[in-house]
Design a protein around this ligand. Sequence first.
Ligand code: ZN
Length: 481
Amino acid sequence: MGNGTTAKGRKSGTTAKGKKRPEGRRNLSTLREAAGLPEGYRVTRYQPGEGCDRMWVEKVGEPDRACPRCGAKGHPNGHYRRRVWHVPFRGGAQLCLLLDQARLRCPVCGRCWSDGHEGLVSEISRHMTGAVVEGIKLDLMARRSVKGCSQTWGPSRHLVNKVVEAAFVDWQYMPATLCIDELKADTDAGKMAIGIYDGDAGNIIELLPDMRRQTVDWFFDGFSAEERARVRYFCCDMSAEMIAVQRRWFPHAKLCLDRFHVTKLANEALRDVRRRVEADEAVPAELRRELKGSWKLLAMGREKLRAADDRYAMDMAEKRARLQLALDLADKELDSFPGMRVHESGASRLGRLLSLSDELRVAHALCHDLNAIQRAGSSGWWDGMPKELERWRSFCRQSGVPEMARLQRTVRRNEEGILNSYRYGKTNAVAEGINNSIKLTKRKGYGIRRFEAFRRRVLLALGLGRVEVLRLSIRDVSGEV
Ligand SMILES: [Zn+2]
């Protein structure tokens, strides 16, 4: 079945002596070049197949016969064919080499061994060529799944995992801007992991299995005091553990607390006030229910709300006018058509809901005041910011809303770090972006169970190893040419 090429090649090689033989040879040697096999190897047979081509390959010349144990000259002791995956050269189809493997036996010490193929077969596994390993590595860096790599290149998932394990990912260093953040890992080491990132270059430096003090200390202890002194900005969120890490290991770096975390806390405070009003028996049940579904409305700034209202009003007016023109209806009749009734505007609904409770109204105003201060600071450092924040805090203190008073205390405790974030323009955005990429990597393989495998995959795809390996391979290529 399907060995037309081979049969012809063999026939021309063996039967006609003068003219046909070189032609057959040339076909097979062109194949060797096309498949990118190194010199010193010879293709003896080729069989294209559905999805997978097979190529019989053997070494030219005598194998090295010195015994690896005693150095005596070994005797040939049979042959076998080993399957070695190589880079596909015919669009889409995998390429499997059937490599002739000479067995040798030492007559002195009795040792048996196989002749090696150093230039062709990779160090990771004898069933993959070095070129295939490189291809798989680049695919993994592009966040392809292990299964996907296996399907494209041919090697089993076990072999692809060997590439992951052998890949170089340990390239830890201390950046000028160090970001640290929690991320969801869902591995055997626990639900959450800790990422350490380079906030300037935008790559991940290390992934730690948990936030325990000994884990974090073990990592930072691996760097000398000079290396750690290189860190000038330490970005994290407001959690006490993270801030403690800065105090312990980077006392001279500027602590920058993530501003989005402040916004999140403010939204949570507003949510708590709203829940309190919802539970208040004095408020009519219908309005309480309406309040429950209105968190989005409360979180939206007044400007955004006005813009959304305007858009809606314009859309509706146009729709109604069109229908009215077509059917000649009165305004009242128009209301009975589906989707034609004009709803209450967001601004009016908000006003109605806020009038339910003074506390809610005050909390809403204070939250959006804080948002406005943060927005003003996000386009560049602004000297008035500490004063504005101080003013906002005194309003919170006087408001009599316990949630806002608590928020104000949190902000005061972390004020220096929050202001630093604006002063030096540092956020945890890099960490958030990478965490999002990690989520994608994870989802491609439906999760990764072992923490070490997870860590290696992430560092391979998003760490500095990626940059370095790419640079090295470019240099190798240009050096060869
Ligand atoms: Zn020997």
